[in-house]
Design a protein around this ligand. Structure first.
Ligand code: NDP
Length: 259
């Protein structure tokens, strides 16, 4: 077991990639604490993890309520005793041509994917520093943060900001033995991709499902990713095996992008 007795906060741990990570972390001996808004999906996830013999809890959390995030970390410490790992996974998407981007649309993406992610990192790091035992932080970016793409301006800019934070936060926190790294997924079959397909197809005038097919055809590995494809990298970056890995963003994308 690579994460035995560790306590892991996983934002958005009730669906898609976060859910796969919550399951795998529990299998690796960690207590998975799911931070999300949807109570029904989160309760179901906790029940499934416990039924499989793992340890899990749910703490209601809206990342856009920035001032509440230190309290969420405090609650996790009350429940599980410490915070050793943070996976900043939660994210939202909204694709549109640049002429249709509004300040509200910009804030919708940046409030969750950048500002919420940062203040969650800040709150978790403060707790890890207080504990004095180091820690591991894994921020989920995207291949969209690596290069420009039509319709993806705001989401891509937000994910590029996450790659930058992986570097800067890492350089500030490694002196506390807190490793900050990230993962840039490619195209992964989750509820988010249903929205991505619908939005691409709407603006490109294509039949539903065709954006997904085109994306899949471009993956060198030959298939769409599934959430479980991310779990191994998330375990590795949160484990002692990653002790000397600092400020990196690892592509897990079937070969879509090389950096
Ligand atoms: P999903 O849409 O399947 O899940 C998103 C998760 O984020 C949900 O658990 C949701 O929970 C949570 N969430 C959203 N907003 C908030 C908020 N304000 N506060 C707390 N939790 C929130 O997404 P994926 O699993 O596909 O994506 C996970 C991460 O991976 C995201 O950061 C995404 O940008 C990134 N990514 C995904 C790719 C893909 O192809 N799927 C590709 C590249 C990157 P709830 O609604 O209960 O709050």
């Amino acid at each position: 077991m690579k994460l035995k007795d560790k306590v892991a906060l996983i934002t958005g741990g009730n669906k898609g990639i976060g859910l796969a990570i919550a399951h795998r972390y529990a299998k690796e001996g960690a207590t998975s604490i799911i931070l999300a808004r949807d109570k029904a999906a989160s309760t179901k996830a906790v029940e499934e993890i416990r039924a499989a013999g793992g340890k899990a809890h749910f703490i209601p959390c809206d990342l856009t309520q920035f001032a509440s995030l230190p309290g969420v970390v405090e609650e996790a410490v009350k429940i599980a005793g410490s915070v050793d790992i943070l996976v900043n996974n939660a994210g939202v998407v909204d694709l549109r041509p640049l002429e249709l981007v509004t300040p509200d649309n910009w804030d919708f993406i940046f409030d969750t994917n950048v500002k919420g992610l940062f203040f969650m990192l800040q709150a978790a790091a403060a707790q890890m520093i207080k504990q004095g035992n180091g820690g591991k932080i894994v921020n989920i970016s995207s291949q969209a943060g690596r290069r420009g793409e039509g319709l993806v301006l705001v989401y891509g800019a937000a994910k590029a900001a996450v790659i930058h934070m992986n570097q800067t936060a890492a350089l500030e926190l490694i002196r506390h033995r807190i490793n900050v790294n990230g993962i840039a997924p490619g195209v992964i079959d989750t509820p988010m991709w249903d929205d991505v397909d619908a939005q691409f197809c709407k603006f490109k005038g294509l039949p539903p499902g065709s954006a997904r097919k085109a994306a899949e055809a471009g993956v060198p590995h030959g298939r769409f990713g599934v959430p479980e494809d991310l779990a191994g990298a998330a375990v590795f970056l949160a484990s002692d095996d990653a002790e000397y890995i600092v400020a990196q963003t690892l592509n897990v994308d079937g070969g879509n992008w090389m950096s």
